[in-house]
Design a protein around this ligand. Sequence first.
Ligand SMILES: Cc1ncc(COP(=O)(O)O)c(C=O)c1O
Length: 417
Amino acid sequence: MVGRLAIEGGAPVRTEPWPRRVQFGEEEVEAVNEVMREALENSMKLWRKGGERCIKFEEEFARFFGTKYAVAVSSGTAAIHVALASLRLDPGSEVITSPITDVGTVTPIIYENLIPVFADVDPETLNVTPESIAERITEKTKVIMPVHLWGAPCEMDPIMELAEEKDLIVIEDCAQAHGATYKGKLVGSIGDMGCFSLMNGKHITTGGEGGAVITNEEEYRQNALLASRSGFATWATIRFDIVYPVLNYRLTEIQAAIGLVQLKKLPNIVSRRRELSMRLAELISDLDAVKFPKILEDSEPSFWFLPLFVDLDRVKVSLDKFAEALRGEGIPVGARYTVAPMYEYTFMKERNTYGRSQCPWCCPLYGRRIEYADSCPNAKEALQRVLTVPIHESCTEKEVEDLASALRKVEAAYIKK
Ligand SMILES: Cc1ncc(COP(=O)(O)O)c(C=O)c1O
């Protein structure tokens, strides 16, 4: 017997509120107090130059990810901008990335006068495929920037092989993938540089906003320090020669103090998310219309969010209706992740960049014309089927069971016979 859906007047699977994610606690409060107290009693400085925490945070962050260096910056967008800027590429160079991502992946490309190119995704993972990246490589391509969406590692071996063969730089966008591993390696440490967002809501935060770039290359590190005005020669640029224009993307000592505490919590956050998400995979493995995402062999996602795919050919309702029914059952799911592939957003379609110039696309140094329309059909189609499920480390087995029951109930109500 199929239970009556809550949105049709039945009893909901769950009435208690979904647990709030407890992302920080007293330890972070103490760390902030300590750094403030020290500054008050001694230096009166809370910026990077005034203390040791930013440097310590960079050391610890690099140690965690097994790279030689980390450069802490003010956001994930800043991390990507700094990584790209540190390459000193000619305008009109192409950067291949994912069409399903945050705008923070794409804006820095445009601000460096580079051309974003979108590779299509595997519709079962939402991540760019090496095959699609290979098809997009031209003589203008300089960078591949895979995005490990929802914390699921991209297929890094073939991506690195491609990069080696074509002499390209790989910048991993790990803004959602702290602690995810691919063949035993933490993502971010596989490419030439790895970029992290440390904003509120990511696996860990440096107090609301923050970011970091990791690398094994001394040259990239030096350039990233320079590009973010974090390095010695850029504290007070007016007193030094300014070699090229730089931005201020520095982290503060307060943020670094929080980050140091948060970093210690990362392993438990990741393992708990994995445990709960994989438990859900077991519980819903027999469903017909709702599918768990594909997980690459030898990879362990870190589940920033969990995407579930609804086979719309198997159900009688739209994705929005399916999501509404789940919310009615007390499960706060979202429908879709981004509304469309990145090239369908107005700023990309109308090329709204610098005034009316449409730079960098019209730059003579580019000398090509790129059309994006319908270039990533898999991404577009897959986005129409995705539910985003809020499993996080403050959830318990009970939430996972309720989630599975609600999915089962809604599927049973809407499945085509
Ligand atoms: C994949 C991806 N890249 C880049 C960013 C930008 O990071 P931030 O918001 O910290 O600037 C985000 C943030 O959500 C992201 O999810």
